[in-house]
Design a protein around this ligand. Structure first.
Ligand SMILES: [Cu+2]
Length: 669
C-alpha cells in the first residue's frame, strides 16, 4: 500500500484486485427544497439504491425525498427565518419491527453489521479498515428497526415537534411537525443571523442504524443580512453544502452493501470511506473565485479536523503537505454567523465533532488553471481531542497506525471554465473586516471587567441555576452514559471544582432522595427527571467528562455558549488514570480534583463568537455552558456520538413555567 495521501486506495470489496480510487466522483449539490410559510410539505423516508462511486455498483440506502425522488443525503431544506414551516414526515420504509405480531412483514436494515474483536496490539482501530473482517452480525433485536422519529437539530421547536425519541412512527405512519424557525433569546438583544440546522432520525435505540442507513439532510435558515453582506446564498452564487459522513462497505455474501462495523468494547462506528453528499472522496470543480462552504459533520461518531493543503507526493511515503489556511475564513458555526470572522493559522484546523457545523469562505482567487488543493482530515478515530499531528506524517501514517489510515475528504480542482463560479476577492476582504453579527453578546458569569480589545460586548447572566452532569463509562468499558449529580453529605462521589477548598460529596440526582441503596450499575433514561429548568431562567450546566473519549454534547430547543475561555481539567487525586469515576459502586475511588499539570482545551474562536448547540467535552475536561429555555415542554440532551446516545448517554429535561425546584439545584441571584 502506498502512503495515505498517495494515489492508492483500499481494495474494492466487490471486485477483488481493484482499488477504490479517490477523487473519481464529482461533487453534486443536494436537491434543494424551499419550504413555503404555513403550508404542509410532505417528505418521505424510503429505501432507494445509491451509487457512491463511479466504479462501484449502487447499494441500498434509506433517504428522504419528495415525489418519489429519494436522495442521499436528503434534500437541502431552506426557509426564511421567522416563517413557520410545516413538514409531514411520511415513513415509507420497508417495514417496522412488531415483536408481538409474527404475521407482519419482517423488516430489515438496508446494510450489514459486523462485530469484530479488537486484534491484540491494534486497540480501537479495527473499524478504520475496509470490510467485515470476519466477525459476527450485530444483534439488532432490541432496536426499533423501521420506527422513526425525525428531529430538527438546532431547531427552536415546540416539544411536540421536536422528535421525542419514543414518539416513533412505524412504516406507513406519519409525523407532523411545525417549526417556527424563530431565534430564541431575541428579546434580550442576542439576535442570530441565519443558521445551518439539519434533520435526522432520532428513534430511541435506533438512531445509529437509521442515520447510518442515510436518514439525514441539511436545513438552512436564511436571514436577510446574509444577502446584505453579499454572501452567496445559492449554488449559482457559489454556496456549497458539504455533508460529511464516514462509511464502510462489504461484499462478503457477494452483494456490495454498506457495513456498520463495531467492536465489543468500542461501540462507536467509524468507517474508512469519507462521503461528501453521498459520494466517496469526491472532487470539486471550481473556478478561481471565492466560495461559501456550509460544512456539516453528519457522521455517527467520527470527528474531523480539516486542513486545506497542497500535496506533493513523491511516492514511497515521501513528499510534502503544505497548509493553505490563508485561503479560509470561518464566518459561522452551529447557530449562524459569528460576531466577526476568524482567520485560521497554518497550525490551526477546522474541528467538527459529530453534528457540528461550520460556515467557511474558501478563496481560490489567483490560483492558475489546473491547481489542486485537498481537504484532509487529521483527527484519529476514536478521537480524544489530541493535538494535530505533523501534516507530513499523514503521508506515512507513521505516528498513529490504524487510527486514521485514509485522511482524504475531497480534492478541489481549479478550472477556469468550471461550471461552478463564485465571488470576487473583494467579498472576502469585506467579510474579513465586517462585524457580521453586531447584536451578538458574549455570555459571562461573575465577570465585571469590560471585554478585552477585539472581543465582542458581554452580557452578564443573572438569576441563574447551576447543575453538574457527569459523563461516565462502565468498568469494564463499553457502556457510556451521563447522569446529573447533586451535593449530598452522604454522597459517594468526591469532586473538587476550581474555587472549592476541598472535595465535596455528591450523589446521583436521578434517583429518589431516599433511594441511596439503588443497586443498578447505571442511570436509565427513564429514571426520575432531574433537570426541570424554569422557563426563561438562565442555566449554567457543567459537564464533567470522566471517560477517555471526547463526547460532543447536544442540548435540544435552545442554543448555548460555553462560558469562560476554556474548560477546566480534572484528574483523580491518586493518579489512577483517566476513567475518573467507578460506576459499578457509583463512587469515586479517590477524589476528582483540579489537574495542575494538564491544561484543559481552550475554546475555538468559532465556539465563543457565536451560538452553539453541540460542544466537544474532551477527556478529563469540565465544560460549563450557559443556556436559557423559552419554550415549555419535554426535551432531551445527549452525547451526539449516535452509538452513545442510543445506549443511554441521553437524558430528558422538562422546561416548566413553575418553580419546580425541590432542592436539587443550586440557584442563586
Ligand atoms: Cu459520547
Amino acid at each position: 500500500m502506498t502512503g495515505p495521501l498517495g494515489l492508492g486506495g483500499p481494495a474494492d470489496p466487490s471486485r477483488p484486485g481493484r482499488i477504490i480510487e479517490p477523487f473519481r466522483a464529482v461533487l453534486q449539490p443536494p436537491a434543494a427544497i424551499t419550504l413555503p410559510a404555513n403550508e404542509v410539505v410532505e417528505l418521505d423516508l424510503a429505501e432507494t439504491q445509491w451509487r457512491m462511486h463511479p466504479d462501484l455498483p449502487a447499494v441500498p440506502v434509506w433517504g428522504f425525498g419528495a415525489g418519489g425522488e429519494i436522495t442521499l443525503p436528503g434534500p437541502l431544506l431552506e426557509v426564511t427565518a421567522g416563517r413557520q414551516a410545516i413538514i409531514r414526515w411520511r415513513n415509507r420504509l420497508p417495514g417496522s419491527v412488531y415483536p408481538n405480531d409474527p404475521g407482519r412483514p419482517v423488516p430489515r436494515l438496508s446494510f450489514a453489521t459486523s462485530v469484530v474483536a479488537d486484534p491484540e496490539g491494534d486497540k480501537d482501530s479495527v473499524q478504520n479498515w475496509l470490510g467485515a473482517q470476519g466477525g459476527t452480525p450485530e444483534d439488532t433485536a432490541g432496536a426499533p428497526i423501521g420506527w422513526t422519529s425525525v428531529h430538527l437539530h438546532g431547531g427552536h421547536s415546540r416539544g411536540d415537534s421536536d422528535g421525542w425519541p419514543d414518539n416513533m412512527a412505524p412504516a406507513g405512519g406519519e409525523q407532523l411537525d411545525a417549526f417556527d424557525n424563530t431565534y430564541d433569546n431575541t428579546d434580550i438583544g442576542l439576535g442570530k443571523v441565519g443558521a445551518h440546522l439539519w434533520y435526522h432520525d432520532h428513534a430511541m435505540n435506533g438512531t445509529r442504524y437509521h442515520v447510518f442507513a442515510g436518514l439525514a439532510g441539511g436545513y438552512l435558515l436564511r436571514d436577510p443580512r446574509e444577502a446584505d453582506l453579499g454572501l452567496p446564498i445559492c449554488v449559482e452564487d457559489g454556496e456549497i453544502h458539504l455533508l460529511l459522513q464516514d462509511r464502510n462497505l462489504d461484499a462478503t455474501d457477494g452483494t456490495l452493501r454498506l457495513l456498520h462495523k463495531t467492536t465489543p468494547d468500542t461501540a462507536e462506528f467509524f468507517g474508512p470511506l469519507t462521503l461528501v453528499n453521498g459520494l466517496i472522496w469526491p472532487r470539486l470543480r471550481l473556478r478561481p473565485d471565492v466560495f461559501r462552504l456550509r460544512l456539516l459533520n453528519g457522521s455517527n461518531a467520527r470527528a474531523y479536523r480539516l486542513h486545506l493543503v497542497s500535496v506533493v507526493d513523491e511516492g514511497n511515503g515521501t513528499g510534502s503537505v503544505t497548509p493553505h489556511h490563508d485561503r479560509l475564513l470561518v464566518i459561522g458555526a452551529d447557530g449562524g454567523l459569528l460576531w466577526r470572522a476568524w482567520q485560521p493559522g497554518a497550525d490551526d484546523a477546522l474541528t467538527l465533532a459529530p453534528a457540528e457545523r461550520l460556515d467557511v469562505l474558501l478563496d481560490l482567487t489567483e490560483l492558475p488553471e489546473g491547481s489542486t488543493l485537498y481537504l484532509i482530515n487529521s483527527a484519529q478515530a476514536p478521537f480524544g481531542g489530541d493535538s494535530p499531528p505533523l501534516l507530513e506524517s499523514l503521508l506515512t501514517d507513521g505516528d498513529r497506525p490504524g487510527r486514521n489510515p485514509y485522511p482524504w475528504v475531497a480534492r478541489i480542482d481549479v478550472e477556469v471554465h468550471a461550471h461552478c463560479s463564485g465571488q470576487q476577492r473583494s467579498l472576502r476582504d469585506k467579510i474579513a473586516a465586517a462585524e457580521l453579527n453586531p447584536a451578538f453578546r458574549r455570555l459571562v458569569h461573575d465577570v465585571v471587567e469590560p471585554p478585552p480589545a477585539g472581543e465582542p460586548r458581554q452580557l452578564s447572566i443573572e438569576g441563574h441555576e447551576h447543575r453538574i452532569i457527569l459523563l461516565a463509562e462502565t468498568d469494564p468499558p463499553g457502556h457510556l452514559y451521563l447522569q446529573e449529580i447533586v451535593e449530598d453529605e452522604a454522597g459517594k462521589i468526591a469532586l473538587q471544582l476550581p474555587g472549592d477548598g476541598a472535595p465535596m460529596t455528591y450523589r446521583v440526582e436521578g434517583w429518589m432522595a431516599d433511594d441511596r441503596a439503588h443497586s443498578d450499575t447505571r442511570v436509565s433514561f427513564y429514571d426520575r427527571i432531574a433537570l426541570r429548568p424554569q422557563l426563561g431562567q438562565w442555566q449554567l450546566w457543567r459537564f464533567i467528562n470522566t471517560t477517555g473519549d471526547t463526547h460532543p454534547i447536544h442540548i435540544h430547543q435552545s442554543q448555548f455558549q460555553p462560558v469562560d475561555a476554556a474548560g477546566v481539567r480534572l484528574a483523580v487525586a491518586d493518579g489512577s488514570g483517566t476513567n475518573l469515576y467507578n460506576p459499578t459502586c457509583r463512587t469515586t475511588s479517590a477524589p476528582i480534583v483540579p489537574d495542575p499539570t494538564t491544561p484543559a482545551r481552550a475554546f475555538e474562536p468559532f465556539e465563543t463568537r457565536g451560538w452553539k448547540d453541540v460542544i466537544r467535552v474532551d477527556p478529563g475536561n469540565a465544560v460549563k455552558l450557559a443556556v436559557r429555555f423559552d419554550v415549555p415542554g419535554r426535551y432531551v440532551y445527549h452525547c451526539h456520538v449516535l452509538e452513545h446516545e442510543d445506549t443511554e448517554m441521553m437524558r430528558p429535561f422538562i422546561v416548566t413555567v413553575m418553580d419546580m425546584d425541590d432542592g436539587g439545584g443550586m440557584g442563586h441571584m
